[in-house]
Design a protein around this ligand. Structure first.
Ligand SMILES: [Mn+2]
Length: 426
């Protein structure tokens, strides 16, 4: 299905008066404080976040998976779903494919479908954390770090194949996340595992097209519970540096131990020009993959404050690959992704309200109270009218969730796809 512009306009008419009233109020207030309101709105309109192909079906845990009616059952339908989210939010103009879950059968058809929906192909993700059917070697004891050369070679070749698939679609980055590690002391030699991983990544890096990036993702634990080869930003940065200029660290919000200062990690990687990508989600305990901004919105704002500072002051750092990396058991995935996009945009808008000059002056005075007032003043501002205006300007919905329900998108998907469709790759 496709949402027509006229349908969105009908929905917007219902909200328009109230939107105008709140936008006027906020704009006047911000203009008085010398904020460039139109500039912020156009930055919000430009900001696009990729939707991963695996987030469009209902997620699951190792205990069970509760399917959702009308789930996409093939890549074409997944791209159609991203198109639905994008038409409502105007913020999801890219899809990030997971290989081999989403290898296109007909590249031309898939590209045409994505073009028609204004969807680009963002970073492609390799998968060496599970064995594929007919694979010669098993990843049970690791992939790029494995003690057996044949296993490492198979994993390297898979990554090279993923690059080729992405290249045909117009992707410009490969994301590598490894489950490699150990569950018990003594199982692995840390140095051998790390060195094997570095050498394997260098072999993959050699196959990277000139205009591509390699993004090295880290995670402290799970599925291995004693050690993980790429467990933190330091390991990722060392491996990226060991590969070369086109390799970067990728930060996934959920891939940190509790209470890690993620904004500081982001800030320093950006200073060093090595922050390549970002995965949004939220968590209470571990890698919970909850909706962005649902648990710790202030932390998300502080991270965005550093990202905005970095984007303005660190030309040495490239443009970032933004992606939502969340998966759910209890929500309609499309509604959930819309909520994540809203939270991301909200944090971005609030971060743009931080008066960096005033903050710098307060820091130079060691006026700690004022520093906090400046940050929290921005955080406490209700910026939602700015998000609405950015969507409105681009042809999106003033209230995407309301419009989604009013148009009955899910009902129509169930009608088209049937009740028993189940997303692939989960
Ligand atoms: Mn991730």
């Amino acid at each position: 299905m496709k949402i027509q512009q006229e349908q969105i306009q009908v929905e917007n008419q219902k909200e328009l008066a109230s939107h105008k009233e709140s936008l006027d109020f906020l704009s006047n207030k911000l203009a008085k404080n010398n904020h460039d309101v139109d500039g912020i709105i156009s930055k919000l309109a430009e900001f696009q976040v990729a939707i991963p192909s695996w987030a469009l079906g209902a997620g699951g845990t190792r205990f069970g998976r509760f399917g959702f009616y009308g789930e996409p059952s093939n890549l074409e339908q997944k791209i159609e779903d991203v198109g639905l989210i994008h038409s409502l939010t105007q913020t999801a103009g890219a899809v990030s494919l997971h290989i081999p879950w989403d290898v296109p059968e007909d590249y031309k058809a898939i590209k045409e479908k994505a073009d028609a929906l204004n969807i680009k192909f963002d970073a492609v993700n390799s998968n060496t954390f599970q064995d594929q059917a007919n694979a010669k070697e098993s990843y049970k004891y690791g992939s790029l770090s494995n003690v057996k050369q044949a296993v490492r070679e198979q994993a390297i070749q898979h990554n090279l194949d993923v690059i080729k698939i992405g290249d045909k679609l117009g992707s410009k980055a490969l994301t590598v996340w490894l489950a490699d590690g150990s569950c018990f002391p003594g199982q692995n030699n840390f140095q051998t595992a790390f060195q094997n991983t570095q050498n394997s990544l260098i072999d993959i890096y050699k196959g990277l097209p000139d205009d591509w990036k390699m993004l090295v993702e880290y995670k402290p634990y799970e599925p291995n519970f004693y050690s993980t080869v790429i467990q933190d930003w330091g390991a990722s940065l060392m491996l990226a540096n060991g590969c070369g200029d086109k390799a970067y660290t990728l930060v996934d919000l959920g891939h940190h131990l509790p209470n890690s200062n993620i904004e500081q990690i982001v800030s320093i990687l950006s200073l060093k020009g090595k922050l390549g990508g970002f995965h949004f989600n939220d968590s209470k305990y571990g890698d919970d993959d909850l909706t962005a901004g649902s648990i710790k919105p202030y932390a998300l704002f502080l991270i965005f404050n550093e990202l905005v500072y970095g984007m303005k002051n660190n030309p040495q750092n490239p443009e970032l690959a933004w992606m939502i990396d969340a998966s759910h058991n209890v929500k309609d995935p499309l509604e959930d992704l819309i909520q994540s996009l809203e939270a991301i945009q909200e944090s971005y808008a609030k971060a743009m309200l931080v008066d960096q000059n005033a903050l710098k002056a307060a820091q130079l005075d060691n006026d700690v109270v004022k520093c906090q007032e400046i940050l929290q003043g921005a955080f406490r501002t209700d910026v939602r009218p700015l998000l609405e205006k950015a969507r409105l300007n681009n042809g999106g919905a003033l209230n995407p969730i309301k419009a989604y329900r009013s148009i009955d998108v899910r009902g129509q998907l169930v009608g088209e796809r049937g009740k028993n469709s189940v997303a692939t790759g989960l």
